[in-house]
Design a protein around this ligand. Structure first.
Ligand code: ADP
Ligand code: MG
Length: 637
């Protein structure tokens, strides 16, 4: 039978061209990783076949010795990596090797600078994959045949990595994939038995699939026998003491499809309890570029009794731990489990809570033993972990301990203050955890709302991430201490009410006097501002600013109001309360102002300033500027 080759020449997707360029140009200093990537793919393909064959043993086609084979040819100057895994159909090969389906890829690639060092670092967030072949090869030929299809359904994919590739139909007797790299001039170092074995054991010792090479005699002659080069036992099944840090790291790169070392890992073998499992969980060093994409890959690799079942299983970890990578191997699930059954299998909840515990234990340990490392973690994944208190009620308190905030009492603007630190620094009479929300940390820091706190040296958390307000909303208290916005309520601070009765009386007397003294002014302001405000009153929170706006205890903060508005959410607007500072010269001046027209101007400026200070837009900026200029001119006469 003659085969219609049906050869086509196709163009790589634009993103692939770009990726190819940077892989080839920024990773040449670490050339050997091409082999790790191709072996990793072959191993995945074999895992997939083994799983598919559980329900369809015919897929083995009388060849169930699953293995990866590596050969080289010094005359042709080629290296060939072949596997008898699941293989690819023509359509799959075009999809998998000609395009990148991840959303956000274009934006990611647009960040690349052209500076090869920086780009090499960035690419770590992406993974390298198949395209790393072109680091050492100027031509790559992939022959593949999908398991279960006839031998006439083989495909040949070929490319020089320069923007185009060809596909053609071929006859391929064995299922699986065979990749041949035609080495670039100068890369002959890899045409060497010792060198290849070395790279294999360095990166792939831990894969649970044998990697075979032809056995050679002592003087280097090929025999006809194959031998296994790697240890070929699943890394997670080994006792912790027999695994080196290097091996843990290399295994991470395989499971996580990451290019960089992990930040930390935790490895557990639990037997004889109410559920048996082994798990190896990793924290990446860096957030993948698509962490915030809806379809970003996440979850663990699931194995049942060493057999790979599926990838990206999300059921075992809550959403707020979606950055965790690794494997779970358990006997508590049946081998024939499907994604659908997985949803409500009774063991899932138990495994899930066990894994959450392992991750939280690990995070706590890092936070305690290595704050610098924890800061790295927090920078990358803090905003994901912040979803925890809302999602995982049972672990709210534990997650609360892991949160970090910027604060008036820590250096710089970094998020380094923990709630435990905060509580340790509280005043003896302090009952609440104070916070302020703002657009950014600097705006939070200079808010008039902080004045009374600064004067009395009371710590305030500076919340400037969009999610922060929501976090404290779902964490109404921590260690029995309620959260309190400094921009809400009347804020009679317990902390500064004088201890002795006499001083207390003195204070109260001063309060009443001031109220009487300013009664008229308050009434005037109320009339001038009309329905712009809900109320005007004397402030207990200002020391250096003349005025500020506050909200009712139950109202949204201005920050939240702006966010919801921007998101197009309907909100019922609650009018703010204007607080004025009776000690301030400007307010005194207002108090003494006899000219009603001028009082009107000043009052409006005061109100607009208070809006600006909390980061809210002023309704009529031009009027504000005109007023200010008018008064300025008056004053300079
Ligand atoms: P990743 O492994 O992160 O998915 P790669 O670039 O390494 O990315 O591979 C792209 C895809 O090509 C794989 O997801 C897989 O579907 C397919 N693929 C690569 N190598 C093989 C192989 N040896 N057998 C079957 N499919 C493969
Ligand atoms: Mg890969």
């Amino acid at each position: 039978m003659s085969l219609d080759a049906h050869q086509e020449k196709l163009s790589f997707q634009a993103e692939v061209k770009q990726l190819l360029h940077i892989v080839v140009h920024s990773l040449y200093s670490n050339k050997e990783i091409f082999l790790r990537e191709l072996i990793s793919n072959a191993s995945d393909a074999i895992d997939k076949l083994r799983f598919a064959a559980l329900s369809d043993p015919a897929l083995y086609e009388s060849d169930s010795d699953l293995a990866i084979r590596i050969t080289y040819d010094t005359t042709a100057r080629t290296i060939t990596i072949s596997d008898n895994g699941i293989g690819m159909s023509r359509e799959e090969i075009v999809d998998n090797l000609g395009t990148i389906a991840k959303s956000g890829t274009r934006e990611f690639l647009s960040q690349l600078t052209g500076d090869q060092k920086k780009d090499a670092h960035l690419i770590g967030q992406f993974g390298v994959g198949f395209y790393s072949s072109f680091i050492v090869a100027d031509k790559v030929a992939v022959k593949s045949r999908r398991a279960g299809l006839g031998s006439e359904h083989g495909v040949l994919w070929e490319s020089a990595g320069d923007g185009e590739y060809t596909v053609a139909n071929i006859e391929k007797k064995d299922r699986g994939t065979e990749i041949t790299l035609h080495l670039k001039a100068g890369d002959d170092e890899f045409l060497n038995d010792w060198r290849l074995r070395n790279v294999i054991t360095k990166y792939s010792d831990h894969l649970n699939i044998p990697i075979l090479m032809v056995k050679r005699t002592d003087d280097g002659k090929e025999t006809t026998e194959w031998e296994t080069v790697n240890r070929a036992t699943a890394l997670w099944s080994l006792p912790k003491s027999s695994v080196t840090a290097e091996q843990y790291k290399e295994f991470y790169k395989h499971v996580a499809h990451d290019f960089e070392d992990p930040l930390a890992w935790t490895h557990h073998k639990i037997e004889g309890g109410n559920i048996d499992y082994t798990t190896l969980l990793y924290l990446p060093t860096r957030a993948p570029f698509d962490l915030w994409q809806r379809d970003s890959s996440h979850g663990l690799k699931l194995y049942v009794q060493r057999v790979f079942i599926m990838d990206q299983v999300e059921q075992f970890l809550p959403h707020y731990l979606r950055f965790v990578r690794g494997v779970l191997d358990t006997t508590a699930l049946p081998l024939n489990i499907s994604r659908e059954i997985l949803q409500d299998h009774p063991s899932i909840a138990k495994l899930r809570s066990a894994l959450v515990r392992h991750v939280l234990d690990l995070l706590e340990k890092i936070a305690k033993d290595d704050p610098e490392k924890y800061a790295t973690f927090w920078k990358e994944f803090g905003n994901v972990l912040k979803e925890g208190p809302a999602e995982d009620f049972a672990n709210r308190e534990r997650i609360g301990k892991l949160l970090r905030f910027a604060s008036t009492h820590t250096e710089a603007n970094a998020q380094i203050a923990s709630l435990d630190d905060y509580i340790a620094r509280m005043k003896p009479s302090q009952k609440k955890i104070y916070y302020i929300t703002a657009e950014n940390v600097n705006a939070a820091k200079s808010s008039p709302h902080l004045e009374i706190f600064r004067k009395n040296d009371i710590e305030v958390l500076l919340l400037a991430d969009r999610i922060d307000e929501w976090v404290v909303g779902h964490l109404p208290e921590f260690q029995g201490k309620a959260f309190q916005s400094v921009a809400k309520g009347d804020l009679q601070l317990d902390e500064i009410i004088p201890e002795n009765a006499e001083a207390k009386k003195e204070e109260e007397k001063k309060d009443t006097e001031q109220k009487q003294e300013f009664e008229n002014l308050l009434k005037n302001i109320r009339e001038i501002l009309g329905d712009k405000i809900n109320e005007v009153r004397l402030s207990h929170r200002l020391t250096t600013s003349p005025a500020c706006l506050v909200r009712d205890q139950n109202a949204l903060t201005p920050q939240m109001e702006r966010l919801l508005k921007a998101a197009g959410q309907p909100i019922t607007e609650v009018k703010p309360i204007l607080e004025i500072n009776p000690e301030h010269t400007l307010v005194r001046k207002l108090h003494d102002e006899k000219d009603q027209a001028r009082l009107n101007e000043w009052t409006n400026i005061l109100y607009d300033q208070a809006l600006l200070a909390e980061g809210s837009p002023i309704p009529d900026p031009a009027a504000f500027v005109n007023r200010l200029n008018k008064l300025w001119v008056e004053l300079s006469h």
